[in-house]
Ligand binder design. Structure first.
Ligand code: PXG
Length: 455
């Protein structure tokens, strides 16, 4: 690892001192963390700029995952930092129910201009999980408002990740995120996932085989009857479960089947939104427009929590009936359209536009693809795959210890100054969209080195 090149901007002594051993780690119950293991060898971050983090003791770490798929413009970008600081000075909070502040409208107008054609309305949340549960409620309420109140079923997909709230884990398809939590939301079914290494291993870009897996929706329709189904939700590219790409033609087919049966199609673009695939949204990449689209993460460059649901105008308009003094959609959060989040999002959109980041991934996808697939011959690797600036390296699991091999590699890479993300035995890469070839080379060569000696 390298030393911080700019000691004047290094973390405060207080942070370093704490990291040196004085930190009391008892009270904080950490999310999605092997927390007992963590406490034996804490990995702390104290500072970030552009493509890098620094640990409290000043070691530089290349961020190969945009924080957690969210810091698309790179860290601590000046326009975003300034927007947040100025907003905090000017107005800290404004109640979002029956009141509003100008930036919430300004941002919505800009978001809609960026979104795929027809997604003309924006509903704000504070996270991807909230966006997902909002979209699911919107879908069911939409059908009810149209007089089809029996359309309440929700269809997700095996291995799907839609956050951690009850709606999201119910339509989600990651068993480990569901099994501890008892009764899920009722009336949910799941499409088969599309991951098939026998047919599609080492695909560059979209896999050739598996468009027909979309027909699984017809099986579910036949079982439950279309008249009971409100919506289908999928990630256009499944991220959290380990980067599963849709087979060529799959999403188009899913769209057609939804249309045939009057079922709403929800794209969960929490990861794919805001340039990750080299287009503003995955809907643009695949030229398939959903009826509802959830986003979060990149909407504020990860700087202030925010999520949103985009809806087709026609869906929104169905709600606009009844007495005018009555709330049309009884849903929302204290922090919906939070002023700091709106300011951060406006600064983020400006930064994306300044640097052409929402399409830069298309250009960088070329060296990135080459680099990811250069790991195909490394020990333990059973698949490499990529799309835009998302890459995955799937490893053979150690018998009886699934996930251990990848987690050990994650730790070894961090020690060597590269932050990657692993899920099960899959390494996922999703660098900030400002990434240069030298960063890609560093990340890949570090992983290659670690794989050489990995158990
Ligand atoms: N939908 C999708 C598609 C996501 O990827 C969420 C919803 C939930 O967003 P919030 O903001 O509530 O976390 C996500 C989140 C990983 C990883 O390791 C990915 C996410 C979260 C945590 C870990 O890939 N994505």
């Amino acid at each position: 690892m390298h030393k911080d090149p700019n000691p004047a901007a290094a973390p405060s002594p207080g942070v370093s001192g704490a990291a040196a051993g004085a930190l009391d780690m008892d009270a904080f119950w950490m999310p999605f963390t092997a927390s007992r293991q963590f406490r034996t060898a804490p990995r702390l971050l104290a500072k970030a700029k552009d493509m890098h983090y620094w640990t409290p003791d000043g070691r530089q770490v290349l961020d190969a995952v945009a924080g957690l798929w969210c810091v698309n413009a790179g860290h601590s970008r000046p326009k975003i930092v300034r927007a947040i600081a100025e907003q905090a000075e000017e107005m800290d909070f404004a109640p979002p129910f029956n009141m509003a502040h100008p930036k919430s409208f300004e941002l919505a107008t800009k978001l809609v201009a960026l979104a795929p054609e027809g997604l003309d309305k924006v509903f704000y949340t504070n996270s991807g999980s909230e966006a997902v549960d909002t979209a699911l409620k919107m879908a069911i309420a939409y059908h009810r408002a149209r007089g089809e109140g029996q359309r309440t079923r929700l269809i997700g997909r095996e291995r799907g990740y839609h956050g951690v709230n009850f709606g999201g884990i119910s339509v989600g398809g990651i068993a480990g995120n569901r099994k501890s939590f008892g009764t899920m939301v009722g009336g949910v079914d799941h499409l088969r996932h599309t991951h098939d290494l026998k047919k599609n291993a080492f695909s560059r870009g979209l896999p050739e085989h598996g468009a027909e897996l979309a027909d699984d929706l017809e099986r579910i329709v036949a079982l439950h009857d279309a008249s009971t189904i409100a919506a289908v939700i999928v990630e256009p590219v499944a991220g959290s479960t380990g980067v599963l790409l849709p087979p060529k033609g799959y999403l188009e087919r899913l769209r057609a089947i939804c249309d045939k049966h009057g079922i709403l199609l929800i794209f969960d673009e929490v990861i794919t939104g805001f340039g990750r695939l080299g287009t503003p949204f995955a809907a643009d990449y695949f030229k398939v427009t959903p009826d509802l689209m959830t986003v979060a993460k990149g909407i504020t460059n990860g700087c202030v929590p925010m999520g949103a649901v985009f809806a087709k105008r026609a869906i929104h308009d169905v709600f606009m009936q009844g007495p005018e003094h009555v709330v049309e959609f009884p849903h929302g959060y204290t922090y919906s359209a939070h002023p700091l989040a709106c300011a951060a999002a406006l600064g983020t959109l400006e930064t994306y536009a300044d640097d052409g980041l929402l399409t830069r991934g298309a250009k960088m996808a070329v060296p990135f693809e080459h680099a990811v697939h250069s790991l195909a011959e490394s020990p333990h690797v059973i698949d490499t795959r990529n799309i835009g600036l998302v890459g995955a390296i799937e490893l053979e699991s150690i018998a009886g210890a699934p996930g251990k091999r990848a987690f050990d590699i994650f730790r070894a890479c961090f020690e060597r100054g590269v932050l990657i993300r692993t899920t099960g035995d899959i390494i996922a890469l999703s660098p900030p969209l400002i990434v240069e070839e030298s960063h890609i080379d560093q990340a890949i060569s570090t992983i290659a080195d670690v794989l050489k000696t990995a158990a």
